[in-house]
Design a protein around this ligand. Sequence first.
Ligand code: C2E
Ligand code: CA
Ligand code: CA
Ligand code: CA
Length: 278
Amino acid sequence: AKALKRNTWMFFTPELAEASRERFTMDTGLRRALDRQELVLHYQPQARVEGSRVFGAEALVRWTTPEGEVIGPGRFIALAEEAGLIHLIGRWVLGEACRQAREWELAGLPLRVAVNLSGLQVVQGDIVGDVRDALEQSGLSPSRLELEITEGFVIGHADEGLDRLNGLRRLGVELAVDDFGTGYSSLSYLTRLPVQCLKIDRSFITDVPGDADDETIVAAILSIAERLGLDVIAEGVENATQLEFLRSLGCPAYQGDYLSPPLTATEFAQRWGAGGLA
Ligand code: C2E
Ligand code: CA
Ligand code: CA
Ligand code: CA
């Protein structure tokens, strides 16, 4: 569903000509964006449900064009994958997120930063080397970095990807399954993967409490995770009622606009820096 959504703008624009023109512009624009440092990371806090302590931040990439327009990743990550630019972007994101996390650590804001990996980054190229480089260049300790891989990717590439994931785990970083619950996967693969955390997809949080099916799915994910000894972060929590529901089920952690939308690094430090974490 996610892959479809990401590609929608390319396939369903009214004029095909316009679509390919946008595509061309985006492609050349993205190459320039990398050169001219127009990409920026925003950070969304992640907190424990009990005690509300902020322990992490998910890095989310944005592209600020010279015209001042902010383009979200939903409009350019899939294109970057097709254009062969995802490795460059992915390396930049890793380097910048680690640099920022180390800066925060030195400033007394010890957070774990979570970075989204594209499936292509994991199966092609040298992801283990890229992550090792980012850690070494920043001086960030590996346990302060979490890498998110989507459930869809995990299902499609379990065998090729497994070595890479094990290699990443050996570096000492944490691994999380993103968008968990959307992939219609067998649960047995979970026990084979070196992951420490499941992120419950936002689509299951939107209608709880109230939607009996979604309530059941959330409860089931929490119960499986507990038995497997995995941490859980519920995504897309937008109000106190959803948070209370998660608390009643013993969900360990959450993120979402209710706590805070993604912020610039400066905004983040203003709100949670200098002892503001506790
Ligand atoms: P994701 O990893 O599932 O990230 C969560 C998305 O949900 C983010 O959108 C975030 O802004 C949004 N969100 C957070 N809280 C709420 C909420 O309470 N309600 C609602 N409605 N939305 C919320 P964003 O930043 O547009 O990112 C979209 C997707 O782009 C991400 O989904 C991720 O798959 C991808 N992405 C973002 N940054 C990167 C990156 O650096 N590399 C790669 N490969 N993909 C990235
Ligand atoms: Ca994510
Ligand atoms: Ca997600
Ligand atoms: Ca629903």
